[in-house]
Write a protein that binds this ligand. Sequence first.
Ligand code: PEP
Ligand code: MN
Length: 264
Amino acid sequence: PLASREFHPENTVINVRGQIIGGSKPVIMAGPCSVESLDNIVEIAQAVKKAGGNVLRGGAFKPRSSPYSFQGHGEEGLKMMAIAREKTGLPIISEVMEPDKVALVAEYVDILQIGARNMQNYPLLRAAGKSGKPVMLKRGLSGTIEEWLMAAEYILAEGNPNVILCERGIRTYETATRNTLDLNAVPVVQHLSHLPIVVDPSHGVGKAQFVRPMARAGIAAGAAGVIVEIHPNPAKAWSDASQTLDFDEFNLMVDDVNRVASAL
Ligand code: PEP
Ligand code: MN
């Protein structure tokens, strides 16, 4: 398989507008769960930049558990993210949920996100592969590592070598946290594959107070970076408020991540 280390012994390194993913320094992607307004996303982008973050995240097409919850601003949200990129120079990542929307989302973003719920949406994976954009593939809620790597294979098989894997927590019997961040996946994936793997402790634990220790742990396990949800006023965030860091907490996390990485 194209994803396997046997096929491709060297680590894949991806350059997105000058930000290196899978290189010697950890990559930090951060932003709101959902893009809310232009002012809000610009304020957040400036905070990411100031803290030394590398990529701005933000959801425009949102996979919500309830059809009655905010579904995201769609293309308007992507336009807001593009303005935030213009103002900060940070590359942007946003989720695409449908094959028919890949071309539209790819017009705006630097990295396409495939969400956990779509890990095995094969038409979507193929379309993302054809887009030519780097793709961050999140692990499915109940996806095994083998299934996840075969999902990545669909993207690679379309001739797109720029795939980032994201461990975002799996379903277990544990209810104290939203999911269980499977840090085993980090060294296991690195053994099996050359693709960079980042961790998402926000969705992995679901509670803001546990995000920073698990970000540190992900980096200690060898992850290429972290992706986290941040907001100037987490309690007011339109989605995933309980797992969202404020700017002070985010700054502490960035320091921690860099300190752990430099100790490795
Ligand atoms: C997200 O990144 O906001 C998201 C919906 O993530 P996941 O697909 O991991 O649930
Ligand atoms: Mn979220």
